[in-house]
Design a protein around this ligand. Structure first.
Ligand code: 5CU
Length: 379
């Protein structure tokens, strides 16, 4: 793909070297395992609970982790190969969720500084490729540390928001203890890129043995998007967007199944007798799910097909609220040709193309214009 306008990838991950070191120092999920029997083999990345299948040797668990996960050179090669002019990189799951409270803040600071520095070094080069970052938060640390890091991130020139998972402080994103954090995010105008990691319990898929028969398909194709859908629905039902009307979230994987289910959520809320608006005694959400979708939520375009992308654009209320992403380095080509185009990227691009075959303006917005506007990117 080559175009006369910026192509911005807002969903593209890195495990910077400091994070690789951290995972390599661990032996429980999440961890990186270097097979001792073959020191030349790629280490294994074992991050999902379903990856750590005790029925397999460690050298066969998870997936190989090569330089695409941590090398900025390889990120640039990938961008060049796919005509991407700017990437907003983010730490991949499970971020810092597993850290103890004492180490969380210094680790977040180190990783955020590493990301900002790598972007600054890249942007000083004349290659024409730009890098920005979503920072990470020390969510297992005391709230004041989290708020402190939210404010500090605003001083890092190349950090354009934060990425986080769906567990928040450990109890989910409807936890009232998050109000202080959400207030700080809203007050600092910090976009939150919400990304799944934990999926659904194995039992939802028939247990680990059934999951293993199709590798990552069930946890990734269904578990991830449903996790996001449930997390945002819980936030909505708990009134988070009523209490924090300025909060801005970007939802991974086109919002999971939220675009498809929003009407059903709205209908269930309208019929729930528990809610004060319907004669009950509990405060239900005050704003409609559509209003929240149109004013608090952006969706990425990482959905790999036209029907999903159309639903995302329709639910977001406008083509102005959907942004292109690749999910690099996940879903690499399976063959030996390292230079081949990535099917995952091509299917996202052809979905955009297919939704707007005659509308270059709409394509331009999704492929980069919206990210430039929303994140204030200097391209
Ligand atoms: O393939 C995977 O497991 C993943 C993952 O863990 N995180 C992600 O962003 N995409 C795919």
């Amino acid at each position: 793909m080559s175009s006369s306008y910026p192509i911005v990838d807002i969903h593209t991950h890195m495990y910077p070297p400091s994070y690789i070191r951290l995972l390599s120092s661990r032996s429980t999920v999440p961890y990186i395992h270097q097979p001792s029997e073959d020191p030349n083999a790629d280490p294994r990345l074992i991050i999902l609970a379903s990856d750590d299948d005790p029925a397999r040797p460690k050298s066969a668990r998870g997936r190989p982790v090569d330089g695409t996960y941590s090398s900025f050179d390889q990120k640039r090669q990938f961008m060049q190969a796919h005509g991407i002019t700017c990437s907003v990189i983010s730490l991949a799951n499970p971020w810092l969720d597993f850290l103890d409270p004492e180490s969380a803040l210094p680790t977040a600071q180190e990783i955020n500084d590493d990301l900002d520095k790598a972007c600054a070094e890249n942007n000083a080069q004349p290659s024409g490729l730009k890098l920005y970052a979503f920072g990470c938060l020390p969510l297992s640390a005391p709230s004041q540390d989290i708020v402190q890091e939210i404010h500090r991130l605003k001083t890092l020139a190349n950090v354009k928001g934060v990425i986080m998972g769906t567990t928040g402080l450990g109890q989910g994103l409807d936890d009232p203890a998050l109000d202080e954090i959400f207030a700080a995010l809203a007050a600092t105008n910090t976009l939150v890129f919400l990304h799944p990691h934990y999926g659904l319990p194995d039992s939802a898929f028939g247990g680990q043995e059934t999951i293993a028969k199709s590798g990552h398909v069930l946890p990734l194709a269904l578990g991830f998007p449903l996790e996001t859908t449930i997390a945002v629905s819980r936030m909505y039902l708990a009134g988070v967007f009523d209490r924090h009307p300025q909060l801005q979230f970007l939802l991974a994987h086109s919002g999971g199944t939220l675009p498809f289910l929003a009407g059903r959520i709205e209908s269930c809320v309208a019929h729930e007798r528990e809610f004060i608006a319907n004669g009950g005694h509990r405060q239900g959400p005050k704003r409609s799910i559509w209003e929240v979708l149109h004013s608090n939520l952006y969706l990425d375009a990482v959905i790999y097909g036209q029907p999903g992308l159309k639903a995302a654009i329709e639910a977001a209320g406008s083509v102005d609220r959907v942004m292109f992403g690749t999910d690099h380095p996940f879903f690499p080509p399976l063959g030996d040709d390292k230079n081949s185009k990535w099917l995952s990227v091509e299917s996202n691009i052809s979905a955009i193309d297919g939704c707007f075959p005659q509308n270059e303006e709409a394509q331009r917005k999704i492929l980069g214009g919206n990210a430039v506007r929303v994140l204030g990117l200097d391209l």
